[in-house]
Ligand binder design. Structure first.
Ligand code: HEM
Length: 141
């Protein structure tokens, strides 16, 4: 079980770093530097490469490993239910950063939306980490 939890935490750290770095990268990427040899051969931009090759696989591993820990542990405490609700919002934020990558490559304005996304991600990550480490006792717990 420990190796599952370790895999869960390792993957969520990479995912969280991706969720924080992508909006910053997208906001900081000037359109004229998009295609100048900085994008990998098989991706239109560094942002797309990081989104598809790092953040998304890490998200998948974090969610699968977390779900397996959930099944093995059988924890049904209210804090975990609230956590999983917030994690669903993190998945929406993840999808939104993918949308911003597409807008960036289309030369559309992304700076304000990137900073709004970053603020939302930081709030969600703080709330999820507080919940999993404090494990507050509420209601039916
Ligand atoms: C669908 C996604 C997820 C599921 C099903 C899930 C499930 C779980 C479960 C069952 C545990 C063990 C809790 C216990 O100690 O009883 C756990 C631990 C943990 N989870 Fe998740 N989790 C998910 C996503 C996340 C995300 C996105 C984060 C952070 C951004 C996160 C952070 C943590 C941390 C830090 C621990 C270790 C807590 C400790 O040391 O006691 N999890 N997760």
């Amino acid at each position: 079980m420990l190796w599952l939890l370790t895999l869960h935490i390792a993957a969520l750290l990479i995912w969280s770093a991706g969720l924080i770095y992508l909006p910053l990268l997208i906001a900081g990427t000037r359109n004229d530097s998009l295609a100048l040899g900085c994008a990998p051969a098989n991706a239109d931009s560094i942002a797309r490469w990081l989104f598809t090759r790092v953040a998304s696989p890490a998200a998948a591993v974090a969610i699968v490993a977390g779900s397996l820990v959930f099944l093995v542990n059988g924890t049904t405490d209210l804090w975990l239910m609230v956590k999983l609700t917030l994690v669903t919002l993190l998945v929406v934020a993840h999808a939104f950063s993918g949308l911003l990558v597409i807008r960036l490559e289309a030369g559309k304005s992304v700076v304000r939306a990137s900073y709004v996304l970053l603020a939302g991600v930081l709030l969600l990550l703080a709330a999820v980490l507080w919940l999993v480490l404090a494990k507050p006792v509420w209601g039916w717990s």
